[in-house]
Design a binder for this molecule. Structure first.
Ligand code: B3K
Ligand code: ZN
Length: 870
């Protein structure tokens, strides 16, 4: 492996830039000819060499100012032109390359998806099309001319506006596009194919009409309506909340089946994984609907935070991703339920991002060192990045935050910016000092807040002693103190919050934790309070406070804040898990706390007050969520104790589950927050009832009566998880019904892969031969293989090592066909240090075997290397 890492500190402005580029594509799946004609300008008068990135194509010729040019040298990754012989101030460079999209299984650059051709250029995929200054700080105006067979590819799309079109006599046609906004190469896109088209329009608040076009596979147009509605809602919301308006005359979205991630924000031409576009009640669950809405919005919001203001270099990725995730979370919270959104996001962050920070891949939201950029589209850059933006929002408040946004956009529109540009704009617009806060950008790891308290009964003074500590991470030994906004509330025993006072003044409920140890004092507290700490998860940290079950039950019952109530139950579940794990380890009988059971019953009884919250509170954390609380993860013990907890709650509250299940009636399927909440609560009832003697009959009936995918899937899942006798029947029926629809089958594959059965690995191996499975489709691979490795910890970590061997075999295959997908799938394997020594040895051995693979991709190498050498 010869690839060299890049460091953030080594950033240099480019010697040359590109102002305009004309891309001519003669498309053919078996041989595409690309002629790229660019106008280059020299920025550094001393520079005599121009190095362009390029790989994975056949290079035909190069001309400068119309003359054949031969003074170059190539290596596997670039071409370097010796410009000493020519006047290099400004010149035109024409490069011809040949591509074979049909053979490009990496799904980067130009590739084939089904019968269509499409591109994916972020982060560094453009260089698989032609030689290029493939870096985000080189912004150019693109003109794209595409010609192709008209019957195979009736639609020829690219960024910007369609400016000309024509036909040839041989059955080919051409279209020319021009994008007036300068952009980096990673935002370039091209699509050619035959689609169904859903058209609509949006009038911006300044009165401009924007054509909206959504392209989907033939026959799928009614599954595109929700995405279209979501797009219009997102456009409107961005005008209202952020004062940001769309800029081009047309906005296109194309859904494709072969895609490495969720979607891509190419200027004016988003390309989407069909998973995040297609939805109708029969094929998509409520969760799918919400995911479509949020990804559509996310990509749309990138038009300002990402495209109009882009990143100077890839180390700044969180500048656009953290900010855009924050924006899409706010959109979903404003249009749906804020508490549900917050809880869902926090659950995800605490599980997946905390795990990443505790892994060999730990990095700050602005990484310092990168080998393969695609490896850094992470939970840390995205989700923790969004938390950092959210903390700025908390510190500034909405009004000053929006002033900061306006200043940031005004100063950086049309430019390639840095995280520092953003923070500095926020700081200058608000007057809030973010000096120490900036450390969140450079420090990795999950800080821990250890809090204790005391109450002075006589003086009515309550004190919180707060200590912060960030344990060392794989990438960074020494840590500094951060500026942590700690939101609190103090409740009396009746659940009424005290006003926070200090020396007769009302003080903020957000405490500025800045030192290693700090004391906060509150006056006029008339009785010993129950503190609610880290309300709304005001910072991405772990909290250590020695709560008693009593205190948590008080918060659960009477806190005003929904997040606090949910979080109290999370802590109760954890406490119960830990207590039973020690019993399990001592070989003693497990038991479930009566007072917690009573609290659960109480919440369920009052479900009508807030069905959505009830469902969230009563949902037992998944094994992977529980696992995060342990330094050394015990997959068998966690699975056994969680199973016990689930069965206890099911059996003890049987009547209540049944009554609630029967009381909730939903006739027509509607995507409305209220209905979604009731449906999910009813399905939660079913999932518990499945573990009682009523299970088989009820689940089977639920499946047969279901008129939407949410309910069908809930029944199928309940049958599988509780191993009911109706299970095979339901699985078979579902398969018959949906085997022609890969997206729907993904739900089936993923459920099969997470079966609690002992022979699940064998089953997964057999399913790879299933006619609906396709090893070249990332969605299928993630659903079957990914779910097995990441969502079935007990089976994946089987002590005989079979799970590890299987994943390794798959990774060896994927290393050649699709390294990006391989690199996502390897994650559970590189996290070996969290397991016992026997498993560690087996996992290391698997990684060592992978390390020997010939032509190991940079993607895998970077992770294996970090894992084995940390
Ligand atoms: N910006 C893209 C992600 C690109 C990933 C490249 N490996 C989608 C998004 O975050 O909106
Ligand atoms: Zn994004």
């Amino acid at each position: 492996m010869q690839a060299k890492a890049k460091y953030r500190k080594d950033y240099k402005t480019p010697d040359f830039t590109l102002s305009n580029i004309l891309l001519d594509f003669q498309l053919d799946a078996a041989k595409t000819v690309v002629t790229a004609t660019g106008n280059y300008k020299r920025l550094n008068p001393q520079a005599t060499e121009l190095r362009l990135d390029g790989q994975g194509f056949q290079f035909a010729s190069i001309k400068i100012n119309g003359e054949n040019f031969l003074a170059y040298r190539q290596d596997g990754e670039s071409i370097t032109l010796d410009l000493k012989g020519i006047d290099a101030e400004a010149f035109e460079l024409e490069i011809v390359t040949y591509l074979v999209p049909a053979e490009n299984t990496s799904l980067q650059g130009l590739y084939q998806s089904g019968d269509a051709l499409c591109t994916q250029c972020e982060a560094e995929g453009f260089r698989q099309i032609t030689y290029m200054l493939d870096r985000p700080d080189v912004l150019a105006r693109y003109t794209t001319r595409i010609s192709a067979d008209k019957s195979k590819y009736p639609y020829l799309l690219s960024n910007g506006n369609r400016v000309a079109a024509g036909e040839y006599e041989d059955g080919r046609h051409w279209v020319e596009w021009h994008d007036p906004f300068p952009k980096p190469s990673y935002l370039f896109a091209l699509v050619a194919g035959d689609f169904d088209l859903l058209k609509d329009s949006f009038t911006t608040k300044s009165g401009r009409s924007v054509a909206l076009e959504l392209y989907v596979d033939r026959g799928n147009v009614e599954r595109a309506e929700w995405a279209m509605q979501s797009l219009k809602n997102a456009m409107k919301w961005d005008e209202e909340r952020f004062n940001l308006e769309y800029d081009l005359d047309i906005y296109m979205i194309v859904a494709v089946d072969f895609f490495n991630m969720g979607a891509m924000e190419n200027k004016g031409l988003n390309i989407f994984n069909s998973k995040y576009v297609l939805a109708n009640p029969q094929t998509a669950t409520d969760e799918d609907y919400l995911a479509v809405e949020s990804v559509i919005a996310h990509e749309y919001f990138h038009n300002w935070t990402g495209n109009r203001v882009t990143c100077r270099d890839w180390f700044q990725l969180s500048l656009k991703e953290g900010l855009t995730v924050f924006r899409d979370q706010e959109f979903s919270s404003d249009t749906g339920s804020r508490a549900v959104n917050r809880i869902t996001n926090v659950k995800f962050l605490r599980t997946a991002q905390f795990a990443e920070d505790a892994s060999p891949m730990s990095h700050p939201i602005r990484p310092e060192k990168v080998l393969e950029m695609n490896n850094f589209y992470t939970m840390t850059v995205y989700e923790k990045g969004a938390e950092v933006i959210r903390m700025i929002h908390t510190l500034l408040g909405e009004k000053r935050f929006q002033q900061g946004m306006q200043l940031y956009i005004a100063e950086n529109d049309g430019k390639a910016a840095t995280c520092e540009d953003f923070v500095s704009a926020m700081e200058r617009a608000s007057g809030v000092d973010l000096g120490q806060f900036r450390r969140w950008y450079s420090q990795s790891g999950t800080p821990e807040l250890t809090i204790s308290d005391d109450y002075d009964e006589k003086k009515h003074i309550y004190r919180l002693f707060v200590a912060q500590l960030t344990p060392p991470t794989a990438d960074q030994m020494d840590k500094v103190n951060l500026h942590i906004p700690l939101k609190i509330a103090l409740y009396n025993q009746k659940g009424i919050p005290f006003t926070l006072m200090n020396n007769g003044q009302v003080v903020s409920d957000v405490l500025d934790v800045k030192l290693k140890e700090q004391v906060f004092e509150f006056h006029d507290i008339s009785s010993k309070p129950v503190p609610a700490l880290l309300c709304d998860f005001s910072a991405p940290v772990k909290l250590n406070y020695d709560y008693s079950n009593r205190q948590l039950i008080t918060l659960l019952k009477s806190a005003k804040n929904e997040f606090v109530r949910w979080d109290a139950m999370q802590m109760l579940f954890s406490a119960e898990l830990r207590r039973n794990i020690s019993l399990y380890q001592q070989g003693e009988e497990l038991n479930f706390s009566a007072e917690i059971m009573e609290a659960l019953a109480d919440v369920l009884t009052h479900y009508q007050d807030n069905a959505a919250l009830t469902r969230l509170i009563l949902t037992l954390p998944k094994e992977t969520e529980f696992a995060e609380q342990f330094k050394v993860i015990l997959p068998d013990a966690i699975a056994a104790v969680r199973d016990f907890m689930q069965r206890s709650i099911a059996e003890n509250l049987k009547e209540l589950w049944l009554n609630t299940y029967n009381a909730i009636r939903l006739e027509q399927y509607r995507i409305e927050a209220e209905d979604i909440a009731l449906r999910s609560l009813r399905n939660l009832c079913l999932s518990y009832l499945a573990f009682t003697e009523l299970g088989n009959t009820m689940v089977h009936k639920h499946y047969q009566h279901a008129n939407n995918m949410t309910d069908s899937l809930a029944a199928m899942e309940a049958a599988v998880k509780a191993q009911l006798s109706c299970r095979d029947n339901i699985l078979g029926d579902f398969e018959q019904k949906w085997r022609h629809d890969g997206l729907v089958m993904d739900k089936w594959f993923s459920l099969q892969a997470t079966r609690p059965d002992d022979n699940v690995l064998l089953l997964v191996q057999q399913l790879m031969e299933h006619p609906s499975f396709n090893f070249n489709n990332p969605n299928r691979v993630r659903a079957l293989i990914g779910s097995f490795a990441a969502q079935n910890p007990k089976a994946f970590h089987a002590i005989n090592g079979a799970g590890y061997r299987f994943l390794t075999d798959m990774l060896i295959r994927l290393n050649h066909s699709n390294p990006q997908v391989a690199s996502r799938l390897i994650e559970p394997l590189i996290r070996f240090s969290r397991y016992d020594s026997q498993r560690q040895t087996l996992m290391r051995r698997a990684l060592e075997r992978l390390n020997e693979v010939e032509n190991l991709s940079k993607d895998l190498f970077e992770k294996i290397d970090k894992a084995l050498n940390s």
